[in-house]
Write a protein that binds this ligand. Structure first.
Ligand SMILES: [Zn+2]
Ligand SMILES: [Zn+2]
Length: 324
């Protein structure tokens, strides 16, 4: 199963959103334009009279992506800073005739002829920044045109949430948003480093208690979702600690030999939050001193030079680095 998204930002696309996503297209009248197998697919779910649909203009990238679309794939619809609809692909058809009836032509005389029919469309509300963090994109990510989410990211969601549908419903959950709002305030008040470290060191029960203390109204789904994200995050940090033999990536020190215990911590390069970008390339393994310094002296990581630049102008190269 693949997860596609398309953007509806242009004036044309806004109109199409209204015509065939917010409202359904009366496909029944144009049955003669549909191949028999497509018609039957629509009929199975009673969408052969009226159906939600979208189409892409002809163009190499659009055609390539359209060719990849299969029945059962999921689609996210993006418009003006948010993902606003989520649905399932029912069938697809290449039909300039249907496209022209539904949406007309653009100024170049082209039409949105690479059509797919959507089923079970639901309104969602996922901010693009939240989306980018969750799916491991850079936070300045802006969805463009018609594309799909990388397969390994989809697999990650399946593993952690039991499915893409669950992950999307988690992200669109309004109590989650309230909890995250509270959480972000607390992070600001307490200082990021202390919280980042302590949250990662808590056990599961302590963590659930912690979420309760932030927001006693948080729903079971929210708590469960946050618990899964944290667990996943912890797993990644633990693997990285092993990989660096419990040494700090800046100074190379480890307490393991002399003291028999490890105190290195995972630092998030992009600010820590619970729905954080928790892919390894956002995490650095540091000793407590360097972890504290990087927050307090406002160290910025320069990915090209593999250096930390502190606010006072001092910089320091990573001594150990295999993954950034
Ligand atoms: Zn260090
Ligand atoms: Zn940190």
């Amino acid at each position: 199963m693949k997860l596609f998204y398309f953007t509806a930002s242009s004036k044309d696309a806004q109109k199409h959103l209204q015509d065939t996503i917010q409202n359904k297209f009366r496909i029944g009248q144009y049955r003669f334009l549909l191949p028999e197998d497509v018609f039957r697919q629509l009929q199975i779910v009673n969408a052969h009279e009226e159906v939600n649909m979208w189409g892409a203009l002809p163009g190499p990238a659009n055609i390539r992506n359209w060719n990849k679309i299969e029945k059962g794939d999921r689609v996210l619809i993006y418009s003006q800073g948010k993902f606003v609809y989520y649905g399932m692909v029912l069938a697809k058809v290449h039909s300039p005739e249907i496209a022209e009836i539904a949406w007309g032509k653009d100024i170049k005389g082209e039409t949105w002829e690479y059509i797919y029919f959507l089923y079970n469309l639901q309104e969602i509300d996922i901010d693009v920044v939240e989306f980018a963090r969750f799916f491991g994109y850079r936070t300045n990510f802006i969805p463009q045109g018609f594309s799909f989410i990388r397969e390994e990211i989809v697999t990650k969601c399946m593993n952690e949430f039991g499915g893409i549908d669950q992950a999307i419903s988690f992200l669109t959950n309004s109590t989650l948003k309230a909890t995250m709002g509270t959480f972000n305030n607390i992070v600001e008040q307490h200082g990021e480093r202390e919280l980042e470290s302590s949250i990662m060191e808590m056990d599961d029960d302590q963590f659930v208690n912690y979420i309760n203390s932030l927001d006693s109204n948080a729903s079971i789904e929210v708590k469960e979702g946050l618990r899964k994200i944290r667990k996943y995050n912890k797993k990644i940090i633990d693997e990285l600690k092993e990989r660096y033999n419990h040494r700090c990536q800046i100074c190379g020190r480890s307490s393991l030999n002399e003291y028999g215990v490890s105190v290195v911590e995972g630092h998030h390069i992009e600010p820590f939050s619970l729905t954080q970008n928790n892919s390894p390339d956002n995490i650095m393994i540091l000793c407590p001193t360097h972890h504290r310094l990087i927050h307090k002296a406002k160290g910025e990581f320069d990915r090209k030079k593999k250096e930390i630049h502190y606010a006072n102008g001092y910089s320091e190269k990573l001594l150990l680095n295999e993954h950034l």
